[in-house]
Design a protein around this ligand. Structure first.
Ligand code: SF4
Length: 70
């Protein structure tokens, strides 16, 4: 399965939210760049287990996990 993770600019720009995302994702899809902004670790995207922890950690609609195809 291939997935994409979309994070809106408001969420991605808040260092404390980004920290939370880095913490909750069990497969390391989120990382924090210097300065605190969000970085998506592209090479880990296919490890996503659809646990929804990132969606729960972000404000409503802040993070979307999109299934591209199965
Ligand atoms: S659904 Fe789970 S595994 Fe997938 S990106 Fe979110 S926290 Fe990571």
């Amino acid at each position: 399965m291939f997935i994409d993770v979309k994070v809106d600019a408001r969420t991605a720009g808040q260092p404390e939210l980004v920290e939370k995302l880095v913490e909750v994702c069990p497969v390391g899809i989120f990382a924090q760049a210097e300065g605190g902004a969000l970085k998506i670790v592209e090479e880990n995207l296919d490890e996503c287990v659809l646990c929804d922890l990132c969606i729960e950690a972000a404000p409503k609609g802040g993070v979307k996990v999109v299934k591209l195809y199965e």
